[in-house]
Unconditional design. Sequence first.
Length: 479
Amino acid sequence: MESLIKDVYDPLHQNPEVYLDQSTFKSLFPEGHIKIIFAAHQTMIKDLRSKREAWSPTQTVGDIFKDMCGYLRLYSRYAETYTQIEEALENIRKDKKFVTFLQEKWPKIEPTTYLSSLLITPIQRIPRYQMLLESLLKKTWKYHPDYEKLATALAEMIKTAKHVNDKAKEAENAKKLVLVDHSIQGMKGKVSDSIVAANRKYVKEGFLLQRTEKGEWKKRYFFLLSDMLIRARANRKQKGTYIFIEKVNLKRMEVFRTLQSDVKDLVSKEMRSKSFELQHPHPIRYTLQAGSPEEKNDWCCEFEKLLSELHDAETKHEEALKKISINKASKAKAQISQTLMYTINQTNQTPSSGVRDRIQSAKSASTGVASYQSRTVDPNTFRALKASVKEEKDKEKDKDKELPEKKEKRKTDKAEKVEKVEKVEEEHKEPEESEKKTTINTKIPPTSHYHTLGGGAGKMNYREMMAQYKQARQQEKKE
C-alpha cells in the first residue's frame, strides 16, 4: 500500500491532468479513502512497535485494535465504491500514456495488474485482521487484562468484515446483473423495465432441456434471479448472447423434484432422475431436465430457497401492513375523541359531572399501541362517551323545539295589544259618529210616514230613503 501511495497516488494527486483527467482520477481514488486508510495503518504499526519495545507478560494490544475500529467505516465506504474503481481500471488499461507512467514506476512487473492487486488490498485486509484477532484471543487466558479488549475488537472486526463482504457481494451482483441485461437480446419492448434493480439478486444461470407440448426436448437457457426466472435461447449469430422468450415471476411458483403422474410415464427412467417440474398458476408448467442428478439437485435447492424467502418476505409484509392499519385505527379513534371533546367545549352548556368523568377517563385510556397510548380511547369508554354526547345534543334539540311555541305566544300577545289599541281608538271615534247620526236623523222624516219594503214593519226602501236625504240636504242649503 505504501508503494501505491508514493508511486501512484501522490504524483497523480499533485499533477492529475498530466497523466489522467480529473474525473478518472476521482473514480480511481474516490474521496481519497485510500490515503486515510494508509495513514490509519501507519499509526497502528507505530503503536504496535512501541508496545513490542516495552513488552511484558501483562502487556496489551487489544486497545490498539479497538482504537482501529473507529476507522473501519472507511473500509465499508471503500468497498461500496470498489465497482467504480474496477470500471476506472478497465478504462485506463487502454490509456497508453497512463500505462507508460506505470511502467516507469514498476518496470519489472505488469503495471495494470499490479495496480489492481494494490487497490483491492484494503478489502482483503479486514478478513486478515479478523483471523489475527481470533488467534490472539484463542491463545490469551480469560483473566488476562488484554482478553476483554481483544474480544471487543474482534466483535467490531467481525461486524465490519460482514458489512464489507456484503457490500462487495452487492457490487459484484450489480455488475453481474448488468452483464446479464446486456447479454439478453429482444427484451426491450416486451417487458416493462430492465432486470437491473437494487433489491434484485443474481442467483444462477445455465442450459436446461425443456419438454414441449409435442413431447420434444429443446435446449433453453435459464437465468434465475431472486424474484424471477428468465427463459431464453442461444443466439447462433453472436456467441455469448441470448434471445429473450419470456420471464416469469417466482411468486406462487412451486417446484417438484419428481415428475407428475401425467408426465412421468412419458419420460424414460434414465431421464427421470435428472428431471424436475416448475408450476405456476398462470398457468405455466415447465418440465425440465438437467445434465446430471447433481445439477438437478442444485437447481431445485436454489428454487426452494428462493421460494421460501419470498414466502417469508410476503408474511412479514402482511404483518407490517396489519401493524400500520392498527396504528391508523388507533389514530382515528384518538382524533374522534378529540373532535367530540371539542364539540362539547363549543356548546354553551357545561356537561354534567358524569359526562366530564367519562371524558377524563377517555383521555387517559389506552388501546395497547405504544405510540398513541396517551391519545387513544378504550372501545367501551368510547361508546359511553359517544352516548353521553348524544344525550346532550338531544337536549339541545328539545330546547330548539320549544322556540316556535314561544314565537307563537309572542304573536298572540302582540295581536291582543293591537286589539286593545284599536278598541281605544274606536271609543274616541264613537261620539263624533253619534253626533253626525243625530243631525242626519233630525233632517229625515220618521219611518212611519213611508211605506215599508217587503211588507216588514219599520223597514224602508233604500232608494226612497236616500232621495229623501238628498232633498233634506238641498232644503238645508237653501235655508
